[in-house]
Ligand binder design. Structure first.
Ligand code: CP
Length: 342
């Protein structure tokens, strides 16, 4: 009952049992997400997807997740397309939208803005990313994917060895992920970033207080030895005071197949919250890794639908009803583990 009718604003609101519950429900959603069955359990329900910053994955996968549960999606995708551009407050926007929706997903560039919005909302609000602060659903899907990748090696999350690489200062997915890792035991972290983009001190303190081992690296190669997972991130250019400052860090750490082969263990899993910056001057995760079977980035994005379906089902209290509204799929469904042939 901890989820029903509650906002999801920060991973700090979860304990380990909550996270495991989300993962169990996500597992249950797999046949629906894979189009083996359909369910109409949320027929008649409406989610408002309010994205005041660019997004592909979070916006579309939250929308797809709601559709897969049988609900309807209403979207606003820019400040200039909303009355915020006319000076309307977050308070008024929240009061209005919560009259139109059963649940709201919101992304906004200001840290704390989604929590402020939620205070005025009359329906549950899910944080789709608030500035450099948090990205709870991303961290949950990342951890879910890590668990899955480790299970394939007969391992569990306890005892995980992970390298977090790139912009650890502004990366909200990293911040939420570190908070979730504090719920597990005996984690060893390599924090690999330029000196100016190290992880905020408060988060490093939390990891240490949880009993985890931290090593800091300022160059890529020494930091990627002897880890189970590489979690690579993009320089969050939009958070820097100026583009000139952001440009200083672009392309500083680039992982490619040759570096991977030379420095990583053969089973090391490669993850990234995406988008990766594939422009020539950046390429933190080179395209030549695309055929590497340990590249899990698209398993992460697929898992995003499962985890977001689970969050909706938990918050709207329909977990036990999902199968009662199920029927088989009757249309052609592609095998999503391989590209279609012409
Ligand atoms: N990972 C992530 O938040 O991607 P989007 O910005 O495309 O939503």
């Amino acid at each position: 009952m901890k989820f029903v009718g509650h906002h999801i604003l920060s991973v700090s609101q979860f304990d380990r049992a909550d996270v495991e519950q989300i993962f169990d429900v996500a597992d249950h959603m797999r046949p629906y997400a894979m189009r083996k069955r359909i369910t109409r359990v949320l027929e008649g329900a409406i989610v408002s997807n309010m994205f005041f910053e660019p997004s592909t994955r979070t916006r579309v996968s939250f929308g797809s997740a709601f559709n897969l549960l049988g609900g309807e999606v209403r979207e606003t995708t820019e400040v200039k397309a909303s009355a915020l551009a006319k000076g309307e407050s977050l308070y008024d926007t929240a009061r209005v939208l919560s009259g139109y929706s059963d649940v709201i997903v919101m992304r906004h560039p200001e840290p704390g803005s989604v929590a402020e919005f939620a205070q005025a909302s009359r329906v549950p609000v899910i944080n789709g990313g608030d500035g450099s602060n948090e990205h709870p659903s991303q961290a949950l899907l990342d951890l879910y994917t890590m668990r899955q990748e480790l299970q394939a090696q007969d391992r569990s999350l306890d005892g995980l060895r992970i390298a977090l690489i790139g912009d650890l200062k502004y990366g909200r997915a990293v911040h939420s992920l570190c908070k979730l890792l504090c719920l597990y035991d005996d984690i060893s972290l390599h924090l690999v970033s330029p000196p100016e983009l190290e992880i905020p001190a408060g988060i490093a303190d939390d990891l240490t207080a949880a009993g985890h081992q931290i090593e800091v690296f300022h160059s890529l190669e020494p930091g990627i030895h002897e880890v189970d997972i590489l979690y690579v991130t993009r320089t969050q250019e939009e958070r820097f005071p100026s583009q000139d400052e952001a440009n200083r860090y672009r392309g500083l750490f680039r992982l490619n197949q040759s570096i991977y082969t030379q420095h990583c263990e053969p089973n090391t899993v490669i993850m990234h919250p995406l988008p990766r910056d594939s422009r020539a001057q950046a390429q933190e995760l080179d395209d030549d890794l695309n055929q590497n079977p340990n590249l899990a980035i698209f398993r992460q994005t697929d898992n995003g639908v499962l985890v977001r379906m689970a969050l909706f089902a938990l918050v709207l209290d329909v977990v036990d009803e999902v199968d009662n509204h199920a029927k088989p799929v009757t249309w052609f469904t592609a095998k999503r583990n391989e590209p279609l042939r012409p």
